[in-house]
Design a protein around this ligand. Structure first.
Ligand SMILES: [Zn+2]
Length: 316
């Protein structure tokens, strides 16, 4: 059987899988992402890919390529991580393609949200659609865009940093250098920060040091007025960003994924209700706002799908 090796490099764990052309995972391995340094992470990725290639060979599968998805800004053409994520130490100027090519297959490297959107447009909630945007709400907020059947990359690959779309130009400073970015309101980190600030303002109970977005979302659902106000702000910011993106891209669908959205359908409903009332109705009304279909496996499946999607470009 034709298959591809997908590697999903995350802040705490790195997943690898042998994936068939129909998106099925036939073998999966996970390991901790070394916290030591960049070379340790690269070595882990290379060893994982080699282990999976050996497994595929032992089962007589034909390996088409190796695809990697990683957080950070990736130069897709070069196969390098240009600038990274604080979650992986020293994750910048990493030539993953050169590190992986000795295993003997074509290597593709892309941003983690880009490869997640590949999985959604191929086999997930956006299957068959040609104009799709994605926002992944996790520790940060990542974005991706699919136009006419291909990912939008910009000049060198870093397009669609939707987490750093400004929703309040008078807002707080963001770690990107700008102000009032969506990520400050709609990421897990941002939700927890807003909750702490509100609790401090209201002089209420001191927040637990372990307060996280999951707890805030649960408290909001349980009727806590402070948590509900935080989620209200989060949904306003997210909806405003969605409307700006709709105005810019004219998409058919916006896919919302990431850990924050796992809280459930109620967040999706909150965004749908707001988006309908904002912006140019001819653009806004037809847009489907949907939850990502792929969960924890999005990274490895999407990373692996790159090999099938791009293999013909090798012959050009
Ligand atoms: Zn920012």
């Amino acid at each position: 059987m034709r298959c591809s090796i997908g590697i999903d490099v995350g802040g705490t764990k790195t997943l690898g899988a042998v994936v068939c052309e129909d998106g099925r995972i036939i073998h999966q391995v996970r390991c901790a992402t070394p916290a030591s340094d960049r070379d340790g992470v690269v070595q882990t990725v290379v060893e994982l890919a080699a282990t999976l290639a050996a497994y595929a060979a032992s089962e007589s599968h034909e390996v088409v390529g190796v695809g990697v998805g990683t957080a950070g800004q990736v130069n897709f053409e070069a196969g390098t991580v240009v600038s990274g994520t604080p979650n992986i130490r020293d994750w910048m100027n990493v030539d993953l393609r050169s590190a992986l090519e000795p295993i003997g297959f074509p290597v593709w490297v892309d941003n983690d949200v880009n490869v997640h959107l590949l999985a959604e447009t191929r086999f997930g909630v956006a299957a068959g659609r040609q104009h799709v945007l994605m926002l992944a709400l996790g520790t940060g907020v990542g974005g991706a865009a699919w136009e006419d059947g291909r990912l939008v990359r910009g000049d060198w690959g870093a397009a669609c940093e939707f987490g750093h779309v400004c929703v309040d130009y008078r807002g707080p400073d963001c770690n990107c250098g700008s102000r009032g970015c969506l990520e400050l309101y709609a990421s897990g980190t941002g939700i927890a920060r807003m909750m702490r600030e509100r609790l401090a303002q209201t002089g209420g109970s001191t927040p637990s040091p372990t307060l996280d977005a999951r707890a805030v979302l649960q408290q909001a659902q349980a009727g806590d007025p402070v948590a509900a106000a935080v989620v209200h702000d989060m949904l306003d910011a997210l909806s405003m960003a969605c409307v700006s993106l709709i105005h810019a891209f004219n998409p058919q669908m916006i896919v919302l994924g990431g850990g924050v959205m796992e809280s459930g359908e109620w967040l999706l409903t909150g965004v749908r209700e707001r988006v309908k009332t904002l912006g140019m109705s001819s653009l806004v009304r037809p847009v489907a706002i949907a939850a990502a279909q792929f969960g924890a496996e999005a990274g490895v499946v999407g990373a692996a799908l790159q090999s099938f999607l791009y293999e013909q470009t090798l012959e050009e």
